[in-house]
Design a protein around this ligand. Structure first.
Ligand SMILES: C[S@@+](CC[C@H](N)C(=O)[O-])C[C@H]1O[C@@H](n2cnc3c(N)ncnc32)[C@H](O)[C@@H]1O
Length: 331
């Protein structure tokens, strides 16, 4: 059965249907990536808008709250590494590597004889990654700018890893197919993605609050750059496992991981975080002048929404829930 989902900008998106047909159609064609690149350009299905967003407005926002992401996400990926450790001496691809902290962690885990390669579509993020590797004097990291949906990923890799790096692909099955093609036979792909929005009040409660106040502008109704499908696009195990299987992965497993995540050192900071990051922030940004006009009203409403997550020391921690998804390239 097809499950219709609301995307973060409020439009009804037919992700399951789209991913299903996209996957089966693309798979049946056995095309090489240069053909696909030409096809996508020709059909105006290019990822340019999403890439521009990650390189500009989203890069700025994520940089502002980098300290929250680096610590908060590390707590989650440490669990993923504990359960699915990268093999010492192996070559590992970190997909959608962002600031590169996860790639650097992989580099430490695989040791000097391994190689941790971080790929991201946004050159601004890759510059940050290179600075970090330089600061840590690491010799076993490499970073490169590429669109994971269509570019050569410089494999073959023993393993691929993605911490919240796969949920923003416009054409996720193209990306999954390309990642599998970059793995050695038997290679393992571990993804960390958010589970359903209701299990992630750290993002979703602010989104509901904003939706009640700000008119939602869908991606189709605006020329503004946007982040792509959004943080919950890989939350459905049926759709995601169908997609992984259709592009050739096998032994697909989902493990649930629940934890509390810090979204601010105090209520004000958590409100600013909610207003800038995730679906709530995107709704306000895409609403343009109306978003600016209503921001004060949203801020007041968020005091209670955020306040309920306050700990005794004043810091704000809200429940989050992720999937650790593992899949293998056949031998
Ligand atoms: C939510 S961030 C996660 C970053 C990092 N993995 C982390 O855990 O902090 C998603 C990342 O995916 C990247 N990204 C989005 N679409 C991409 C694509 N088509 N190809 C490569 N990277 C992409 C973005 O630039 C961004 O850095």
């Amino acid at each position: 059965m097809m499950v219709w989902q609301m995307d973060h900008s409020g439009g009804l998106v037919y992700r399951d249907l789209f991913a299903y047909y996209q996957t089966h159609w693309i798979n049946s064609l056995h095309l090489d990536s240069s053909f696909l690149q030409r096809y996508i350009k020709g059909r105006k299905m290019s990822n340019a808008v999403v890439i521009e967003a990650w390189n500009t407005v989203l890069f700025t926002k994520f940089t502002r709250f980098k300290y929250l992401f680096v610590e908060g996400y590390a707590a989650i990926s440490e669990q993923a590494f504990e359960r699915h450790p990268p093999t010492v001496g192996s070559k590992v691809l970190d997909v959608g590597c962002g600031f590169g902290d996860c790639t650097v962690r992989i580099a430490h885990l695989i040791g000097d004889k391994g190689l941790a390669c971080g790929v991201d579509c946004a050159s601004n993020f890759i510059q940050q990654c290179e600075l970090l590797a330089e600061q840590e004097a690491l010799k076993n990291t490499q970073f490169f700018v590429a669109d994971v949906e269509v570019s050569d990923l410089s494999g073959p890799y023993d393993q691929a890893f993605a911490r919240f790096g796969t949920m923003f692909f416009n054409m996720p099955s193209l990306a999954m197919k390309n990642i599998r093609a970059s793995l050695k036979p038997g290679g393992k792909f571990t993804q960390v993605v958010w589970r359903k929005r209701e299990a992630n009040p750290w993002l979703y409660d602010a989104e509901i609050c904003v939706r009640n106040i700000v008119p939602v502008v869908s991606h189709d109704e605006t020329d503004a750059v946007h982040c792509g499908p959004g943080p919950f696009s890989m939350a459905g195990p049926d759709m995601v496992s169908d997609m992984l299987q259709a592009v050739g992965f096998e032994r697909i497993q989902f493990e649930r991981f629940d934890s509390e995540i810090c979204i601010g050192r105090n209520v004000d900071e958590a409100i600013q975080f909610a207003l800038e990051i995730g679906p709530a922030g995107e709704i306000i940004r895409l609403a343009g002048d109306e978003g600016v006009r209503l921001k004060g009203e949203v801020e007041s409403a968020l005091v209670d929404v955020i306040g309920k997550f306050k700990r005794e020391d004043g810091t704000i921690w809200a429940p989050s829930s992720a999937w650790f998804i593992t899949a293998f390239n056949p031998m």
